[in-house]
Ligand binder design. Structure first.
Ligand SMILES: *[C@@H]1O[C@H](CO)[C@@H](O)[C@H](O)[C@H]1NC(C)=O
Ligand SMILES: *[C@@H]1O[C@H](CO)[C@@H](O)[C@H](O)[C@H]1NC(C)=O
Ligand SMILES: *[C@@H]1O[C@H](CO)[C@@H](O)[C@H](O)[C@H]1NC(C)=O
Ligand SMILES: *[C@@H]1O[C@H](CO)[C@@H](O)[C@H](O)[C@H]1NC(C)=O
Ligand SMILES: *[C@@H]1O[C@H](CO)[C@@H](O)[C@H](O)[C@H]1NC(C)=O
Ligand SMILES: [Cu+2]
Length: 363
């Protein structure tokens, strides 16, 4: 590796947040379908690159590379970062740090893209496969398809008794297919698993609808926003956070595993979209919403202590601590990115394909 590159990587690892203290020319985050094919290829190559850089966590949970450093960090903190007031901002920081490593460790020039599943979710047909037939799951310029073959799940593996599973095996195509992409976190040392997917169409269609995004974005304050975003730990009511996780990961898939979900590169596409929902909500009253947080410190403890603006988020060895107030600002002293305008419009639960205008240069 070139010496200056090596140096900037070392600086990045050592100084954490301080490098981003001045936000100039923030990367513009776009929906996957707004990227040209060459931009998609650049992004996918950068993710593969991360999986060939050294781990920075000291082998946390048996992580063996920089891509897995993120999965292990999430896995380590899983019990304290979901169903809490800092859920959205923890994942904002995590996703933005991934974006920064793609750029600074792997020479990626673009922004973290997002997957707006609402563009293709059907409100009228739970069995619609339209959402899985998009360029997100393309084998050449996307993330590959479902896991194969179909594997039965035991009762212990499927505590919510989810129906409608379609996969469970290894992803067989695309850049993250079996034999090309390895997941070591949580495995015995020296062993790895493949990336698994287990599509459940009804969850995707029922949970990923524009009307649910609208409901979340219409909440009057941060506390109610945070609660609407995650809703309840059950499948009896839809929640947009669950859409990508369980629509794609199902029961046996990587994205459906609460600890190991960042093992699927789609995790960052999904969480970037949730972050866009937070960002859109903030834009409705930015002066106030740059300085407002709430929600429980202890998962689901809605009458207990709440997070405050000076509550500190840590993401282990990936970067330094940041306060919730710092993380509310996507162009402040810690974070530096923006959402590209115009955003693609989803049909208002029309149950038809979103027909995104793309403006791509080489389609
Ligand atoms: C989709 O499935 C959910 C959960 O079973 C159900 O509540 C909902 O009515 C279904 N939607 C349609 C359009 O059939
Ligand atoms: C799933 O099914 C088992 C066995 O029938 C039952 O004991 C359990 O309560 C069910 N779980 C849920 C979340 O419905
Ligand atoms: C890491 O590997 C060791 C040795 O194989 C194993 O005992 C341990 O359970 C693994 N750690 C995790 C978090 O799976
Ligand atoms: C935390 O916030 C909730 C919702 O606003 C509120 O009901 C609760 O009393 C707060 N907890 C404390 C300890 O103030
Ligand atoms: C980072 O934040 C955590 C809480 O999330 C705290 O325990 C730790 O002491 C902080 N570390 C530093 C260096 O401030
Ligand atoms: Cu998470």
């Amino acid at each position: 590796m070139h010496v200056t590159k090596l140096l900037s990587l070392a600086v990045l690892l050592l100084t954490g947040e301080s490098l981003a203290s001045q936000c100039k020319n923030p990367p513009q985050r776009k929906e996957w379908r707004q990227l040209s094919k060459s931009e998609r290829a650049d992004y996918l190559n950068a993710v593969t690159c991360l999986a060939h850089k050294p781990d920075v966590t000291g082998g946390l949970q048996n992580a063996t590379n920089l891509y897995q450093s993120f999965e292990a960090t999430h896995s380590e903190q899983t019990p304290s970062i979901h169903w809490v007031g800092h859920f959205a901002l923890w994942h904002r920081y995590f996703t933005a740090t991934y974006e920064r490593y793609l750029r600074e460790a792997c020479g990626y020039k673009g922004a973290q893209p997002y997957w707006n599943w609402a563009l293709d979710a059907s409100a009228t047909d739970n069995s619609s496969m339209a959402i899985f037939e998009t360029e997100i799951f393309d084998s050449d310029y996307g993330f590959g398809g479902n896991g194969k073959p179909f594997l039965p799940a035991t009762a212990a593996e499927n505590p919510f008794n989810l129906t409608g599973r379609t996969g469970g095996g290894c992803v067989q195509d695309g850049p993250f297919r079996e034999g090309k992409f390895f997941l070591n976190v949580g495995q015995p040392k020296g062993e790895s698993d493949c990336l698994r997917r287990d599509w459940i169409p009804w969850i995707m269609n029922y949970f990923a609808r524009q009307s649910i995004i609208d409901h979340v974005e219409s909440q009057p304050d941060y506390t109610s926003f945070a609660r609407a975003l995650e809703n309840i730990p059950s499948f009896t009511q839809p929640n947009i956070h669950g859409s990508g996780h369980f629509g794609v990961g199902g029961v046996l898939g990587t994205l459906g595993n609460s600890a190991h979900s960042p093992g699927d590169p789609l995790f960052y596409m999904h969480h970037c979209n949730l972050d866009r929902v937070l960002w859109n909500w903030q834009q409705k009253d930015l002066p106030l919403r740059l300085h407002q947080v709430g929600g429980p410190i202890v998962p689901l403890d809605y009458s207990g202590q709440n997070v405050t603006l000076d509550f500190e988020i840590n993401i282990g060895k990936l970067a330094g601590n940041a306060t919730l107030e710092q993380l509310l600002n996507t162009q402040g002293d810690v974070l530096c990115y923006d959402y590209f305008s115009p955003q693609l419009a989803a049909p208002q639960d029309g149950g038809i394909h979103g027909k995104p205008g793309c403006g791509c240069d080489d389609k």
